[in-house]
Design a protein around this ligand. Structure first.
Ligand code: NAP
Length: 301
């Protein structure tokens, strides 16, 4: 039987509807308007399109939002000063600096300069530590892993007591999603294994997984025979494997593939995310959720 397809676009839209209501309530009952600034250095086309999408969503949800464009030669000092200004601006609850930054700017210094209580990307070491501790300490979860947790929960898979295997140990996906699902908390409480290039027998670990999360950046890395029948498969990978002409626009677009052999895997898994349209649409939505949470916390919880 073919797996249920986990539709990230639909689930993200549901969460945005919930956020829209929450924002309206915050405005009417407490006079609080969530504020988000997105800082873009230079004109890298991928970064421009990410920032544009973030701005569009924040406007749709009724945020106060600022798009701060800086020239490619802005100095590190100027950028740090700019961040300090937003750290002290009471109308701004979330600060996002679009990465990557030009080579003359130290990304670590920039991330560390953001007030952890406004760090809606949750990349600041304080927020990484808060996530490790868990419970009330974890104010913001990093956006892609938080989106993965919602996709699993909202598609009806129980994480409590489940065997979760995560392929990949990056700081932005693998490690944080493992930590999130390990917590003694709702939508978590799983037994988590992380596999990586140093793992001896990846297939044997993957075959045990009730929930298999793959974030390696290698097209078709996970073979169908590595999947336990009925498992929930979350494919985080986004790999450009070629180009095609879009039927809608007539323009050239990238052909994207995940890290899992989707066509074969869907005949074995119980549920699976497509690429595109699975994890991708969740990331910006969870950034918005973090900004709403930051605004609430700033207003006293
Ligand atoms: P990354 O920083 O390159 O990390 C990849 C991880 O996968 C590393 O830990 C690496 O192991 C492991 N890995 C790579 N090849 C492997 C192999 N053959 N066997 C076992 N493990 C292997 O990548 P990332 O930033 O986590 O991103 C992973 C993928 O997710 C990429 O395709 C990226 O585009 C995508 N992504 C999507 C979203 C979204 O919103 N949809 C967001 C973030 C990332 P080692 O540590 O041993 O090198």
């Amino acid at each position: 039987m073919s797996a249920k397809i986990i539709n990230g676009t639909e689930i993200a839209a549901q969460i945005r509807d919930e956020l829209r209501r929450e924002v309206a309530e915050l405005k009417h009952q407490r006079g609080v308007v969530p504020g988000l600034v997105t800082i873009l250095v230079g004109e890298n086309p991928a970064s421009v399109s990410y920032v544009t999408a973030k701005q569009k969503t924040s406007h749709e949800l009724g945020f106060y939002s600022i798009q701060d464009n800086q020239p490619p030669d802005v100095s590190e000092e100027q950028l740090l000063k700019l961040i300090q200004g937003y750290n002290h601006d009471p109308k701004i609850h979330g600060i996002l600096v679009q990465l990557p930054l030009p080579k003359h700017i130290d990304e670590k210094k920039v991330i560390n300069a953001i007030d952890p209580d406004k760090d809606v990307d949750a990349f600041h070491p304080v927020n990484v530590g808060r996530l490790m501790i868990g419970g009330d300490e974890a104010k913001f979860l990093p956006c892609t892993p938080a989106g993965i947790q919602e996709l699993i929960a909202r598609s009806g898979y129980k994480t409590d007591g489940a065997e979760v295997v995560v392929v990949g140990r990056s700081n932005i996906v693998g490690k944080p999603i493992a930590n999130i699902l390990l917590q003694k908390a709702p939508k978590a409480n799983a037994t988590v294994t992380i596999v990586h290039t140093g793992t001896k027998d990846m297939a044997s670990h993957c075959k045990r997984a009730d929930i298999l999360i793959v974030a390696a950046g290698v097209p078709n890395l996970v073979k169908p025979e590595w999947i336990k029948p009925g498992a929930c498969v979350i494919d985080v990978g986004v790999n450009r494997v070629g180009e095609k002409i879009s039927e809608k626009t007539g323009k050239k677009i990238a052909i994207l593939k995940g890290d899992v052999d989707f066509d074969a895997a869907k005949e074995i898994a119980g549920a699976i995310t497509p690429v595109p349209g699975g994890v991708g649409p969740m990331t910006i939505t969870m950034l918005m959720a973090n900004t709403v949470k930051a605004a609430k916390l700033a207003a006293g919880g």
